[in-house]
Write a protein that binds this ligand. Structure first.
Ligand code: NAD
Length: 299
């Protein structure tokens, strides 16, 4: 059902891109790859997940990733370390996992406690096992379009976009946010598809005017309701990466994205929050783990 984006799409029928359904489909595909790899090589993919400390949000994220791995048939090996773990201890663990042929992917849940230099630790991971795609070798490969492991959220963004965009050549894309984990890699992936990409950030002047010219907006600022209806041209596609937990008057909380979704009835397609990019991020982590396992066996 992918179609080339055009401004002549039927008006007022905003398509909600269902990230949950797409994530389920991707995970089913990944589970089939796991089964095939196990059958062909006798090796079943494994992901090592490292959590340092007891940050409640990180515990939830790790629990979710481990549960999804299990569903897809990927073995997950959890390493839960106390909050006062020294940097050398963590580096030693990574060295051991790098050398362990049974482990295909290594994931370090961020943030790390202040005594640990996150950059140093992430750089220690063998790039072929770097399923988060944060290692400088993978960043370099992404920017030169030469393979490597692609960060999960940007990969998920592209898969969501691919469901509604057949051809990116010449399309104007505005990426809001220039982080190393979302904005910059998304921009690189879109450049590879020959889109014209404008990367914007907190110091960008006249952002709403820039956004209004875009065929595609990828919002990854972490600012609730930043992207208003008048920022979006009719028929444009909006991917909302932002996730912010906001308090309700009754004391409960809910997750909101970067876009004022209720004002986007004139958009061509939008991703919801929750249920858009979030589920795809985990599904792409599983897919990356299997990709690493296949490549390690020259599949
Ligand atoms: P970050 O804080 O590292 O970067 C935010 C970027 O947005 C910066 O480049 C900043 O300059 C820009 N920015 C901030 N305020 C802005 C404004 N008012 N106008 C324009 N630009 C502005 O954040 P990040 O790690 O890239 O994450 C961004 C958002 O995406 C967060 O809400 C985060 O929770 C969410 N996120 C979601 C997933 C997912 O799986 N769905 C994954 C990663 C991040």
């Amino acid at each position: 059902m992918a179609h080339a984006l055009s401004s002549s799409r039927p008006e007022a029928v905003v398509e909600r891109i269902d990230g949950r359904a797409m994530a389920r489909a991707l995970s089913t595909e990944t589970a089939a790859r796991v089964e095939a790899l196990c059958a062909r090589t006798g090796h079943c993919p494994a992901l090592a997940v490292i959590l340092v400390g007891d940050d409640p949000a990180s515990q939830v994220y790790v629990g979710r990733k481990v549960a999804e791995c299990r569903k897809a048939g990927i073995r997950s090996v959890e390493h839960r370390l106390p909050a006062d773990t020294g940097q050398d201890v963590l580096l030693d663990l990574i060295d051991r996992l790098n050398l362990d042929g049974a482990v295909d992917g290594i994931l370090i849940q961020l943030p790390l406690p202040p005594q640990i230099d996150a950059g140093l630790v992430l750089d220690r991971i063998d790039p072929t096992k770097d399923v988060d795609g944060f290692h400088p070798v993978n960043v370099g490969r992404l920017s030169t379009g030469t393979g490597g492991l692609v960060p999960c959220t940007p990969l998920g963004v592209m898969k969501l976009l691919d469901s509604v965009v057949a051809d990116y050549r010449g399309l104007d894309v505005v990426v809001i946010g220039k982080s190393n984990i979302v904005g910059k890699p998304v921009a690189m992936l879109l450049l590879e598809r020959e889109a014209t990409v404008t990367v914007t950030h907190i110091e960008t002047r006249g952002l709403s005017d820039i956004a209004r010219k875009a065929d595609i907006i990828v919002a990854a600022a972490g600012v609730p309701h930043l992207v208003r209806g008048y920022w979006v041209k009719p028929g444009a596609i909006v991917v909302d990466v932002g996730i912010t937990r906001v308090a309700e008057p009754d004391g409960s909380t809910r997750l909101v994205g970067d876009c004022a979704t209720e004002e986007l009835g004139h958009a061509g397609a939008v991703t919801p929050v929750p249920g858009g990019v979030g589920p795809m991020t985990i599904a792409c982590l599983l897919s990356n783990t299997v990709t690493a396992a296949e490549r390690a066996r020259h599949e």
